[in-house]
Design a protein around this ligand. Sequence first.
Ligand SMILES: Cc1ncc(COP(=O)(O)OP(=O)(O)O)c(N)n1
Ligand SMILES: Cc1ncsc1CCOP(=O)(O)O
Ligand SMILES: [Mg+2]
Length: 437
Amino acid sequence: SGSSSSRFFRICRLTWVKTGMLPSAGIIKILCESLQKFPVKALVVDPVMVSTSGDSLSDPSTLTYYRDELFAMADIVTPNVKEASKLLGGVSLHTIADMRDAAESIYKFGPRYVLVKGGDMPDSSEAIDVFYDGKEFVELRGHRIKTRNTHGTGCTLASSIAAELAKGSSMLNAVQVAKNFVESALHHSKDLVIGNGPQGPFDHLFRLRCPPYNIGSQQRFNPDSLFLYAVTDSRMNKRWGHSIEDAVKAAIEGGATIVQLREKDIESRAFLEAAKACMDICKSSGVPLLINDRVDIALACNADGVHVGQSDISAREVRKLLGPGKIIGVSCKTPAQAEQAWRDGADYLGCGGVFPTTTKANNPTLGFEGLKAVCLASKLPVVAIGGINATNAGSVMELGLPNLKGVAVVSALFDRECVSTETRNLRSILTSVRCLA
Ligand SMILES: Cc1ncc(COP(=O)(O)OP(=O)(O)O)c(N)n1
Ligand SMILES: Cc1ncsc1CCOP(=O)(O)O
Ligand SMILES: [Mg+2]
């Protein structure tokens, strides 16, 4: 009826969809028609055509519909090597180079991303998948878990990708988290004995019965934590006789929701010592701690993430070093930089200087217009930075820009005698703007 289809439409606009086995051309055709009528947020297509055990799961006429209709609507397509081969007319895929070629060819059918899964490639101690975004390839390496309990791994991976996208992850991040999840689930299910078939099922709810398994961090990035972002500066701390640890403690006491150590004038050894102490402080308050620029320090103190700018190591490289579970922020001044940061697997953008600042030398001022352009173009949450203080923070948040989650502040918090009072004051200003919104 009219009312149920409009209800479906409302639901679909907020829906992330993953397709599973589509056994006939007719079913794919109906699905494509429905997706055109009811657009969804993201479509993950798992082209289930060949099971891990080698059985054919769809009739040959589905091939054309997959390639010519459904793939063009997909955000990501996730074939295993056997399916990739079938989609490409039976080419043989034996090496990573073959998988890259296949990803490139499948990309031409129209999806925004392709993931060719190498779990079925024989004779390797690793399970290597090839991710392709139309420009660059990323090889995602995982451990191959020796077990017969692999029934439904592809289906679980695709579902997990859709779930991560729904939580706000970038595509590469979603794929990495999903791969991690499948690997962890296989590890925890490898010795289960259920049924007599060649493959057994694996346990998706393993986390309920096991202590945290340390493949990747379990901590998720919550964009709301960008609300009041305190960024330290050791020169300012020195001026007021504050240690980094005391300054961080005071900022958290005043209500900072995330902290970044931006220490430009400190020796590495002292930086790491301070970072470890700050990690303890932040952990016990549940406030994420990021390190500015220094991936080495972040790794050594197991920080929650890293913030990088346009002249630092790229977010894509940082992601490779930190893994999927950590938070990565990127400074962006233009929509093109915002797009690139998203493609590189960043979690949030820092956009500024919104106002003139003396804290960062030679930093052009973007004003509200520059901030607006980045926020409108961004697919990631944004935090505004640069010259923000108790007098103007309200006006930034009152802009009500899409994706703008908060303000990042250095001098107005740390170039002051009482860091906790300044932070508390700023927090209450931000909270009153949020209450009025
Ligand atoms: C939240 C946030 N946004 C932007 C920056 C600036 O980073 P970058 O451009 O790399 O400059 P430096 O801070 O390294 O001088 C930031 N640190 N934090
Ligand atoms: C690090 C940085 N990136 C853009 S502006 C800026 C400095 C922000 O410092 P302040 O809050 O003191 O203006
Ligand atoms: Mg930097």
